[in-house]
Design a protein around this ligand. Sequence first.
Ligand code: NAD
Length: 277
Amino acid sequence: MTVPVPTLTLNDGHTIPQLGFGVFKVDPDETRRVVGDALKVGYRHIDTAAIYGNEAGVGAALDASGIDRAELFVTTKLWNDRQGTESAFEAFDESLEKLGLDYVDLYLIHWPAPANDRYVQSWKALEQIRESGRARSIGVSNFLEPQLERLISETGVVPAVNQIELHPAHQQPGETAFARAHGIRIEAWGPLGQGKYPLFEEPVVAVAAEAHGKTPAQVVIRWHLQTGNVVFPKSNRRERMVENLDVFDFELSHTELATISSLERVGRVSAHPNDVN
Ligand code: NAD
C-alpha cells in the first residue's frame, strides 16, 4: 500500500516523510507486530529510541517487511546515561545492531540533560557518526533555546531537527521561532497530547471534525501537517494507524487552523527538559 505522505527537506539536504509512526511505550514483545502493521498500512517513517527498549522489534519488523531500505526513514536516539564521546559511539553501534541496519536516517540526542553537561561533547560525537555515513542526519530532542545556541556557537553544526513536546495546547512559540530562524525542523512529539490532555473533546476540534467528516485525531494531525511539523502519532491498534494516516484528502481553513491554535495554554503534559537528567 502506498500513501502519498509529503516529504520535507532538512537543512542537510536529506528529506523526511512528514508523517510517521512513533513507538514510545510499545511493549518490546509486541513491537514486531505493531510496527509490522504500521508498515503494512503504509507508514515508512518509524521513530524509536534506545530507551524504549524496542529497537530489536522495530528491526525485526523492518526486515520481515521486505520493503526496500531506501523507502524507509528510521530514527533512533541516544539515551542520557550514554552521553559523551566513546559512550555515544558505543550506544550508537548497539542501536544499529539491534535495528539490524547499516545506517539510520536520523540520530538524536534524546534530552539535553544539562545537569550532566555532556551534550556538546555528545553532539561532536554525533557529527562524527554522521560523517561516517552511519547516520544520514543528526538532530536533538527536548532542547531549549539556550542549549541550541550553545551547540551552534561551540560546534558550528546546526541540528537538522529538534523533537519537542508540541500539540495545540502547548505550541512552544519560542522554540519554533528559533527553529524557523535557524532552519531546524520541528518534530512534534506527543502530537495528540498523549491522551493526557482532552484535545479531542475541545469543541473547536470537534466542530472541524464534523465539518470535514473526519475524526478529532485526524483534525489534530492535519493541524500539525499544515503548521509544518513532522509528526509520528502512536497507536497499537491497526484501525487507528489507518485513521491517523488517512489525512491527505482534506484541508483545514485558515480560520479552523487559527481556532485550533487558540487552544494554547501555558504548560506541558510531560516533563520539563531541564528536569530529565
Ligand atoms: P501521542 O500524542 O501520539 O498519543 C498517543 C496516544 O494517543 C496513544 O495512547 C493512543 O491510544 C492515542 N491515539 C492514537 N491515535 C488515536 C486515534 N486515532 N484516536 C484516539 N486516540 C488515539 O503520544 P506519544 O506516543 O507520546 O508521541 C508520539 C511519538 O513521539 C512517540 O511514540 C515517540 O516516538 C515520540 N516521543 C518522543 C519523546 C521525546 O522525548 N523525544 C517523548 C514522547 C514521545
